[in-house]
Design a binder for this molecule. Structure first.
Ligand SMILES: Cc1cc2nc3c(=O)[nH]c(=O)nc-3n(C[C@H](O)[C@H](O)[C@H](O)COP(=O)(O)OP(=O)(O)OC[C@H]3O[C@@H](n4cnc5c(N)ncnc54)[C@H](O)[C@@H]3O)c2cc1C
Length: 375
């Protein structure tokens, strides 16, 4: 076990630059762990904070306001940065497999690689829609694609189709609708389409209701029970053969696992059963003791300090801390027009002050983890 031989240098592999790892980077920079060689494996040198992406689409933020420089974090921690995409692991050999066939060995490793989007294999999705994951690619491509669609549409109203009625799909619909109106001067026909029976399936009824009121007020359309079976150029085909025209289609369906083996199952200490040298956090982890925990950044953020303590504890042979997912959290959805909808403990609130609060919370998070805060 790595923990039983503290005098030897342990090989710690951090995979992904997700929310929980940001706290590890920050804490390891402030107080480096002893006897440890750190490697950071990431598929992209920049990570993007998804909570501010809708605001970026609405024109409220510039790109650098929502980006983390992972090269700088690696440097600050004294870690080696490796650019590559992890695709699997061999638990017995203690090796991580990369897309290019390379293998990286570890004594201790932690996964925080987020998630992919469900349904990318639906015919036509990769070709005709823009998926919300990887989030960095999405943020870079969304506005150029919107502008192309506006140009091709001429004076006709732009038809935006957002597939997915979760929090991300809703925020994107409101924010793109606002941006299109600003850039085009013509109110777009924005449709949110979801295949489940409820809008915002992870939210309470009062929040669902509050968002529905905003959908009506802003003149967005919503359709449910409309599972898409194929996308064609400029048209979405539903399960019952209906064709829905679009100029821009955003694929914002739920989270799917990156790895071929699916989600990484972990217990309350965030470790894989029988393999305490492997941790997983954020979307890529499946909490076996709390299986209904939604895939949301707020959980990954709260896991950060527990992960950081437990990685140190593993290196020193100390006992583990346990993570319990929060029952309720403050939900804040950006409406793109300077207002936001919020919900907490079953109460909802809407207005400019709610957006002000969201902006304050998001900027505070960024200040903590952007590398300009490195001393
Ligand atoms: C538009 C949008 C808005 C959202 N808004 C919110 C919100 O307001 N609040 C909220 O709680 N949730 C929100 N979510 C959900 C949230 O984005 C995810 O739950 C959250 O990002 C998961 O965080 P994470 O720490 O697991 O990983 P991520 O933050 O997704 O980070 C994953 C990291 O791993 C890297 N990576 C990915 N694959 C690999 C690989 N194979 N090998 C190596 N590195 C890899 C990535 O480049 C990245 O650095 C939103 C989602 C979207 C799409």
């Amino acid at each position: 076990m790595p923990a039983s031989s503290p005098s030897s240098r342990q090989n710690l592999l951090l995979i992904g630059g997700g929310h929980a790892h940001l706290e590890v980077f920050r804490a390891f920079h402030e107080q480096p762990p002893e006897n440890c060689k750190i490697t950071l494996l990431v598929d992209q040198p920049t990570a993007v904070y998804s909570g501010m992406v809708p605001g970026f689409l609405a024109g409220q933020y510039q790109e650098d306001a929502l980006s983390f420089d992972l090269r700088k974090w690696a440097q600050a921690m004294g870690a080696q940065l490796v650019l590559g995409r992890a695709v699997g692991m061999d638990l017995d050999a203690r090796e991580v497999e990369l897309a290019d066939g390379m293998r990286m060995s570890y004594d201790l490793c932690s996964w925080n690689i987020g998630s992919a989007v469900v349904g990318l294999d639906v015919p036509g999705v990769r070709e005709f829609a823009l998926a919300t994951r990887p989030i960095g690619d999405f943020a870079q491509q969304a506005i150029p694609r919107l502008r192309d669609a506006i140009r091709l549409r001429g004076k006709n109203p732009l038809r935006i189709l957002v597939v997915g009625g979760g929090a991300a799909g809703m925020e994107i619909a409101f924010c793109l609708d606002h941006r299109a109106l600003q850039e085009h001067g013509v109110k777009p026909e924005t449709t949110v389409l979801y295949s489940s029976h409820t809008l915002l399936p992870n939210a309470d009824f009062p929040l669902q209701n509050a968002v529905m009121r905003q959908i009506k007020r802003r003149g967005l359309k919503f359709r449910h029970g409309q599972k898409i079976v194929a996308l064609h150029e400029g048209e979405a085909e539903t399960w019952n053969g209906e064709r829905i025209p679009f100029d821009l289609c955003i694929w914002a369906t739920g989270a799917d696992a990156h790895l071929a083996d699916g989600w990484i199952p972990v217990g309350p200490s965030l470790q894989v059963e029988n393999h305490p040298e492997v941790f997983a956090v954020g979307d890529c982890a499946h909490l076996t003791y709390a299986p209904n925990t939604p895939k949301a950044g707020v959980y990954a953020v709260r896991q950060g300090p527990v992960l950081e303590r437990n990685l140190r504890a593993m290196l020193r042979g100390h006992p583990m801390r346990l993570y319990q997912p929060q029952d309720d959290f403050l939900t804040l959805l950006n409406l793109g027009d300077g207002r936001a909808v919020g919900a907490k403990f079953g109460a909802t609130f809407t207005g400019k002050w709610v957006m002000w609060m969201k902006d304050w919370i998001d900027r505070r998070f960024m200040r903590k983890y952007q590398t300009r805060s490195i001393r």
